[in-house]
Write a protein that binds this ligand. Structure first.
Ligand code: PMP
Ligand code: GLN
Length: 378
């Protein structure tokens, strides 16, 4: 068989979760909560089913859900998206990202991405014969050097993908970063894909800088978000994307033949649940407590870190412990010490290894305590 993705093997999330389960290790690798979502939200899904939302949803998504998202976006980012033409409900952010790339990237188009990067971007670009133009961000701050971005932009640049709060580093971009990006993109036709799935998971009173807030970006941007992250339901695979009408029209041309529509009763439930803003406004406090607990429990360990500013991931540097490569160390931690993490080099350019591992702290207090006990013994 001639592979369309000869360099791609199984995603690290599957590898590490499988290894964790095979070795009975605490799984802080793949990002998902080990606690349940709200019973109220589950009840609303039942209600949706009982009320008969059991056939295809509208292709673009349930109008009540799109209206709630429009309201939320206006409230949080002072940007009005038309629910009819500028908001589409997707089966997770991954489907939105794939569909955006599919709708716009053709052979020879260049797409700038920042490494380490969420692992779905690159194969999605390659499948459409686009050229990945990676820019390596440097540990420990993972700041974007806009001078380098400027050098990489040329007439073949079709798209730039940014991700804030950033998986796996937990860093966020500043207002100044977004203004710099707007300045660079001015006068070009470059599409921005702003992956904002962790938009509500941000700490220390910091503000999420959505592309929606910047007129020079919003008018060329797709913004993706994920209900999996926001409502602790990664297994439901529900998300949405926002974009100006002209871009969204092209998106929907692909979306209608890709999935056609997303889960109907869950859309009903999400629309009802979004009516209480507290359900997402409580997230910074909820996850900051988990981050702080995890960091306080491991403060006497030999791991070092810069606290995450957002996401539910914490990078830990282990160079005081060993200089093994991160893949080998992550494997050894899972098999011998019974704790699974994600080696960051798999997301880096040329698999550059900074001796850091990613740990997911979207976990119950007991899980975090057991994990910290192990980490303190290493
Ligand atoms: N982008 C980033 C940066 C992510 O971390 C994730 C979740 N793994 C996604 C997109 C995909 O989100 P979903 O699970 O909704 O497809
Ligand atoms: N986004 C999750 C992570 O970064 C996992 C997504 C997946 O398993 N594909 O861990």
């Amino acid at each position: 068989i001639q592979s369309k993705l000869p360099e791609i093997s199984t995603t690290i999330f599957t590898i590490m979760s499988k290894m964790a389960s095979a070795h009975n290790a605490i799984n802080l690798s793949q990002g998902f909560p080990d606690f349940e979502t709200s019973p109220k939200l589950i009840e609303l899904v039942h209600q949706g089913m009982q009320k008969g939302y059991n056939q295809y949803a509208p292709m673009q998504g349930l109008s009540s859900l799109r209206e709630c998202i429009a309201e939320k976006t206006t409230e949080l980012y002072q940007k009005k998206y038309d629910p009819e033409t500028e908001i589409t409900i997707t089966s997770g952010a991954t489907q939105a990202i794939f569909t955006i790339i599919s709708a716009f990237i053709k052979e020879g188009d260049e797409v700038i991405i920042f490494k380490p990067a969420y692992d779905s971007y690159e194969p999605s670009i390659q499948l459409h014969k686009g050229i990945v133009v990676p820019i390596q961000l440097k540990a420990p701050n993972y700041r974007i050097d806009w001078k380098i971005v400027k050098e990489k932009i040329n007439p073949k640049t079709k798209m730039i993908i940014i991700n804030t709060p950033h998986n796996p580093s937990g860093t966020i971009v500043s207002e100044k970063d977004m203004l710099q990006l707007a300045k660079l993109l001015k006068g070009t036709d470059i599409i921005l894909l702003s992956d904002e799935v962790y938009e509500h998971i941000i700490f220390d009173q910091k503000k999420h800088q959505s592309a929606a807030k910047f007129s020079g970006l919003a008018d060329r941007a797709f913004i993706t978000s994920s209900f999996g992250k926001t409502f602790h339901t990664t297994g439901w695979k529900m998300g949405y994307c926002l974009a100006p009408k002209a871009l969204m029209t092209e998106f929907r041309k692909v979306h209608q033949f890709n999935v056609f529509c997303s889960n109907h009763p869950i859309q009903y439930a999400l629309a009802e649940y979004l009516k209480s803003p507290e359900n997402y406004l409580s997230l910074p406090n909820f996850y900051q407590k988990k981050r702080d607990l995890f960091l306080s429990l491991i403060k006497d360990s030999r791991f070092t870190c810069t606290p995450a500013s957002g996401t539910y991931f914490q990078l830990l540097n282990y160079s005081k412990i060993t200089h093994e490569d991160d893949v080998a160390f992550a494997e050894r931690l899972t098999k011998e010490h019974k704790i699974a993490s994600i080696p960051v080099s798999v997301f880096n350019l040329n698999h550059q290894d900074d001796n850091v591992l990613r740990f997911c702290f979207a976990k119950n207090e007991d899980t975090l305590k057991s994990a910290a006990e192990i980490l303190c013994r290493i």
